[in-house]
Design a binder for this molecule. Structure first.
Ligand code: PLP
Length: 410
């Protein structure tokens, strides 16, 4: 029987705890480098101009109401999402090998994929029903897969010496995972390290996975936000699809549209090219719809309407690409500024990784002790693993941060 006394107290989510501590700090110099959301140069949340525009259009549209969406979500949104992630001329789309459902942002897409795998993934080797995630990865991956009782193992990813990719470790580990294992890959702007494989490295990863008949699950939370180019950030996924993989994709619009709280996302299953691919995609779609119905019934409408309006209108789309360049450009500028300040100060160590890494986050290499000192002495907030959100830096605080880092590293 259920007994409330047996429910242990859970620790607070470390990231949300960090946010609360930052808010409670009254020092005017405080810096928030924990938050996984874009901030403008004044450290303020930024509503994308294109989102403002789309919002105004929607508010004036007399046809917009508050009815339920279909179980699989808004069709204009899911079909535009397929084109965005796979490329408008993708054979997978024209051959009707893709099945897509609108989800509760990227988290919901990862969860829907996880649930589907736990119910239906049946590799020839039982031990292959395991998902391999990078070490480290977005902390929620472990919780989400754990919730559906899908065993999770790690592959090495981050080289502490170079603060770059441990490519050999990653490849060795994937090569020795059982045939048919599921491999979770960050499509771009790896969270938390900011380290991505090069295109040559992606090709080798694909070759090993092909040989081992492994199943790729791409988590794509930063398309367009990382490099500023939607195509470049989607390159790895497109390459795997071209190689004929059967795969799944979790797609988030939180960062690239700044629609964090609106929870707009999409899940895609792509069947491998074969004479039964359409049939397979249809059957998978039918099961996903049942899972979706039992979990959320149908997805939230407003964020998807905004994204759909932009994705389906060439003029708004062009404006969105401009907004993406504004965000990614500012972040790239902050990377350059931080590296050059640290090098100017002759801070011990090498700092090229700050500009080699990409996207929202950077794994600085700062120790837990140094992170503690930054918080106590300088009111700078970041996660214990030394990850900083580049979005928290701006022209007003980057020098302060560099000097603080210099002081704790010496
Ligand atoms: N996956 C990764 C790797 C992420 O970094 C994030 C957000 O931080 C997500 C998924 C999902 O975010 P959301 O549910 O807000 O779309």
């Amino acid at each position: 029987a259920f007994s409330a006394e047996l429910v242990p107290q859970a620790p607070a989510d470390p990231l949300f705890g960090l946010m609360a501590a930052y808010r409670a700090d009254t020092d005017p110099k405080k810096v928030d480098l924990g938050i996984g959301a874009y901030r403008d140069n004044n450290a303020k949340p930024w509503v994308l101009p294109v989102v403002k525009l789309a919002d105004e259009i929607l508010r004036k549209d007399p046809a917009v109401n508050h009815e339920y969406l279909p179980i699989a979500g808004l069709v204009d949104f899911t079909s535009a999402s397929q084109k965005l992630i796979l490329g408008a001329s993708s054979p997978a789309i024209s051959e009707k090998r893709v099945t897509s459902l609108q989800t509760i942002s990227g988290t919901g897409a990862v969860h829907l994929g996880a649930l589907f795998l736990s119910k239906f993934y049946s590799p020839a080797i039982a031990a292959a029903k395991t998902i391999y995630v990078s070490n480290p990865t977005w902390a929620n991956h472990n919780q989400i897969f754990g919730n559906v009782s899908l065993p999770v193992k790690n592959y090495p990813y981050f080289n502490k010496e170079t603060k770059g990719l441990d490519f050999d470790g990653m490849i060795d580990s994937i090569s020795s995972a059982p045939e048919g294992s599921i491999i979770l890959l960050h499509a771009c702007a790896h969270n938390p390290t900011g380290v991505d494989p090069t295109q040559e490295q992606w090709k080798k990863i694909a070759a090993v996975m092909k040989q081992r008949c492994q199943f790729p699950f791409f988590d794509c939370a930063y398309q367009g936000f990382a490099s500023g180019s939607l195509a470049q950030d989607g390159w790895a996924i497109n390459y795997f699809v071209e190689q004929g993989f059967e795969l799944m994709i979790a797609q988030s619009y939180a960062k690239n549209f700044g629609l964090y709280g609106e929870r707009a996302g999409c899940f895609h299953f792509v069947a491998a090219p074969s004479s039964s691919a359409v049939d397979e995609a249809t059957r998978v779609g039918s099961q996903l719809a049942i899972l979706q119905r039992s979990e959320i019934s149908n997805p939230p409408a407003y964020g998807a309407r905004i994204a759909s309006l932009v994705l389906n209108d060439p003029k708004l789309f062009a404006q969105w690409e401009e907004d993406l360049r504004t965000m990614s450009g500012r972040i790239i500028e902050m990377r350059k500024a931080l590296r050059s300040k640290l090098e100017e100060l002759k801070t011990p160590g090498t700092w090229n990784h700050i500009t080699d890494q990409i996207g929202m986050f950077s794994f600085t290499g700062l120790s837990e002790k140094q992170v503690g000192q930054l918080r106590e002495k300088f009111h700078i907030y970041m996660t214990k693993n030394g990850r900083i959100s580049m979005a928290g830096l701006n022209t007003g605080n980057v020098e302060y941060f560099a000097k603080a880092v210099d002081s704790v590293v010496r």
